[in-house]
Design a protein around this ligand. Structure first.
Ligand SMILES: [Zn+2]
Length: 114
């Protein structure tokens, strides 16, 4: 299960950060999840509960911040947000673009510790 190894990695990173900060416990983890990250949210939430058991993150909240897909449009010369991941075309001028600038994120944005 891909999400479990993912959750384990996140927990390791968060725990290392907590230890570095001298925190006893992590209360909440905010994660940025891009629409192109390919993560199954329900599976991730379940895996998170499993992965945090017995760590400083046990019982913590997992908060997810969705990140939309942004591509750079050569024609408009700027970043535009795609209305859906079905079509990689600029919503303004309809030029195709595969120059993804945001949407692949899967990273810890912040930790709430005590
Ligand atoms: Zn455009």
């Amino acid at each position: 299960m891909h999400e479990l190894s993912l959750a384990n990695r996140l927990v390791q990173m968060a725990e290392a950060t907590a230890i570095e900060a001298g925190a006893q416990r992590v209360i909440a983890v905010t994660l940025r999840v891009g629409d192109l990250s390919g993560v199954a949210i329900d599976a991730l939430r379940f895996a998170y509960d499993v992965a945090t058991a017995g760590t400083r993150l046990e019982g913590s909240r997992l908060e997810l911040r969705r990140v939309g897909v942004r591509v750079f449009c050569q024609f408009c010369q700027r970043e535009v947000e795609l209305p859906s991941v079905q079509s990689f075309r600029c919503p303004v001028c309809n030029t195709p673009s595969g120059d993804v600038r945001a949407g692949r994120e899967l990273e810890i944005e912040s930790l709430e510790v005590e």
